[in-house]
Write a protein that binds this ligand. Sequence first.
Ligand code: FEO
Ligand code: CA
Ligand code: CA
Length: 671
Amino acid sequence: MTTPARLLPLLTRSHEGGRSSMTCLYRCGDACDQPVPNTSEGEYFGDIVAAGVSRRAALRVGGAGAAVVGLTAWSMPSVAAASPAAAGPAGKAGKGSALGFTGIAPTPATVDEVKVPEGFAWAPIISWGDPLHAGTPAFDFDNQTAAAQREQAGYNADYTQFMHGGAGNKGAHKGLLAFNNEYTNDELMFRGVKSSADLTEDQLEIVLAAHGITITEVARRDANSPWRWVQGGRRNRRIHTDTPFAVDGPAAGSAHLRTSDDPTGKLVLGTLNNCAGGETPWGTYLSGEENVNQYFNATGAPDPDGKLKRYGITSGGRGFERVRDRFMVTTEPNEVNRFGWIVEVDPEDPTSTPVKHTAMGRLKHEGATVTLTADGRIAAYMGDDERYEYIYKFLSRGKYKEGNKKHNLTLLSEGDLYVAKLNGDGAADGEYDGGGQWLPLVVGGVSKVPGWSVEEVLIWTRLAASVVGPTKMDRPEDVQPNPVNGRIYAAMTNNTARTPAEIDEANPRAKNKHGHITEFTEAGGDHAALTFTWKIVLVAGDPTDPQTYFNGFDKTEVSPISCPDNVAFDATGNLWISTDGMPGTLNYCDALYVMPLEGADKGKLQQFLSVPVGAETCGPTILGPDSVIVSVQHPGEVSGATPENVISHFPYRGDGQPRPGVIHAYRRHGK
Ligand code: FEO
Ligand code: CA
Ligand code: CA
């Protein structure tokens, strides 16, 4: 596919966070252009005495000011950083590695192509609009209807979960794929629509139907063939803005969750802005409701204690209130409290009612990833994706029982909620690292936040957490346990608002536009522990930038990377990282990388694939060394792009228009 020969507005304007301005508008309601919601007091490096290191000593180590603490130490690693003038890694493919592929070179941001390593191929598994049921109409860009969209793959694929075979379907070449449909690009879905304000009511109904979650059976011809969706699969399902959800946990039925349509406070229609997620050991699908603020119009709504403001709920902009008055906050003030949860779906049972788990708190949930504690409880790790927000852990009250799905489906309904405080140990050791605590919010069914009830803590978790003094992070997104080494890896995407006075050892870079990844080790290796140690293993950016750090690896042999968002692991515990924002920060397409965490190649970051112009790489699932699933979200999302001015034709299936979806990258055996 050739690159479109037109000037891309992308190159002339990007937001602070590195995304296209259209991404910012549609996905998170221009969050980076809004005032930072978390204005609570936070402790920063300059304010505190880090464990064993006085502020004066830290400043002495760091040089002239706190802004360079640690970065100075890291600019003199044992292996010299590449000189910007030298032939560094930028623009060159990586050398061969033990990973079994040769890393690809970064792809210029204007290229409309999926790139995979030598010897690999890729194919779309499913794309926006693909019909799920036997009688579902085929995708027809110019004649789309809400009824069709409710039975077709949703828009903007994000988190993916793949279940090989699946219960009752044991074939090696059959499986089940579930994926989030985070948001819509209204300007790319319809002709003549410059913004959501231009949508007709019929188009708004299509938009509501294109949000949510898609579940589809998949099949492949043989072990060397790509997976592809199966129209008419028994478990195929769409979950969208009108799908009923049960509410469970301590806040279910709260007066703050009751509405005129639902006086019980226990039944919500729809899930929105589903971003990342996680698979449970009992085979269900967890999904995070993230930037839900954009769907609610709070014009004229009183906000005496700042609860709407802290969640970014202002004037909306997506127009949902025009077709569902529950999205007008003055009309239905509690509806907004019914979004921002972790939801659980049983993909095996298409008749099951999905659940919103209030015990896990209400945030801008990136996702939730779960693992077992030493005594068999469930630990769920969660990031709240906004500048200066926090990282959370949920510990179930009950224990996992192998094979008892009915019991296991109750585990996320009751438990303890904690928020992370990270303490640096000073810059003298040349590493960004230290210890930390999980600060209690709700334990044993009792609020640990003075003056706050349990239901208040769970419904307004952000504000309650600020009372106990956690560490304000640089947009914590995926937080995920590594099944091989038991450690937890958290992606901090970026935070360009952080000032030099606000840096701390856990967020050590002012105007952090490239982000970083932090490794947590729970005390005793037990996910039930309430203390941990931590270390930053990747400070992203162009490796020629002396501020970057690749877990100590020679920076002349690593790939540029920026804005880490999702993380995943392969069977040997290598860390896979997908990005959201490279076009705006490094002028490359977003990509998927792998970085070994152990051995001789520890820290050797290599690029595995890149997605087309305007797209974001999301939801990686590593099926094996030769087989990777990713979502290609918002291809062609470039300011000025329209159905008449198409910037990306992904997935190149003849429709002409960009169609976000899920792809399979696989090794071409025998070739
Ligand atoms: Fe939906 Fe945090 O990205
Ligand atoms: Ca340190
Ligand atoms: Ca994300």
